[in-house]
Design a protein around this ligand. Sequence first.
Ligand SMILES: Nc1ncnc2c1ncn2[C@@H]1O[C@H](COP(=O)(O)OP(=O)(O)OP(=O)(O)O)[C@@H](O)[C@H]1O
Length: 321
Amino acid sequence: MPLLEVEQLSKKFPVGGRRMLHAVDDVSFEVDAGESLGLVGESGSGKSTIARLVSKLVDADSGAIRFEGRDIGPIPPRRFAGDPARRKIGLVFQNAGDALNPAFNAARNIAIGAGTGNVDAARIAAKAAEAGLARELLDRRPHQLSGGQQARVGIARALMSEPSLLILDEPTAALDVSVQAAVLKLIDALRREKDLALIFVSHDLEVIRLMCNRVMVLYLGRVAEYGPVADLLERPAHPYTRALIAASPGKPAGAALQGEPLSPISPPGNACLFHSRCPLAIERCLAERPALRDMPSGRRVACHRAEETTAAAPSSGLRAD
Ligand SMILES: Nc1ncnc2c1ncn2[C@@H]1O[C@H](COP(=O)(O)OP(=O)(O)OP(=O)(O)O)[C@@H](O)[C@H]1O
């Protein structure tokens, strides 16, 4: 049984009048113990909303979220704080400085993660040590700590309840490259030592490559492609994945996507959501939204032309019919 099973998760937000923004649409995935799943996609693709839905900060419109086999989806977010599953899901957010209470010192901020009133100082020190935070920093308030130290406080806080799943939403996005590398190394070491499962949200494919076993590529709230990370990045099957890889730092310029993304507000019911920017779009893509379908080696892809895309060499210029 997977540690976490998410099935057909959907979330719309009202945006005035009767208009709804489709933030997450029919998303399914699994995470096993000790596994690290990356969520990647452009800004607005639904990564954070998925992280917030799974951690029950936001209520889903529909879909199941089975944690250790139990569907926690129907539990209202306000009641989830007292649920035993809550303690097993640790959360680490972008910009640790903002996520910490500025009035509390590091020790008190870490203690919050236990979810109960009084926490033994020795336990706080132990979690700080696991997160690589020196004991003498525990008396300092967030503004007296560096970005990397703040990130470690956030991680120590998430570890307080001995989680089996950590949800990390761009945990190092605000950090300098060298500090980022040290914090990523820490997270990876913790995953191995504790057999922690991770859901790792990032814009950065290189970070995903380093940190994750599997990756889910999202476009306008839907899964474009899903699969083992090395294989997927080596041989992307979805034209959007190819474009993301081509646009990542260190790749030659000129491969940027053309065309405008569709609006996530009342998107067309039938068409592929990527058709407006897709170099391979054909008539069928306008008439029939591609379902997520199984490909070899554990890959799933939502593209009518995936076979042609994977058959083409990564550097070859793909053309529409
Ligand atoms: N509370 C909300 N009310 C209305 N719209 C929202 C709300 N939260 C998210 N959205 C919208 O849902 C869509 C998905 O947002 P989300 O933050 O999940 O994307 P993301 O991929 O995490 O983006 P980023 O990388 O910028 O954080 C966006 O269009 C966003 O504007």
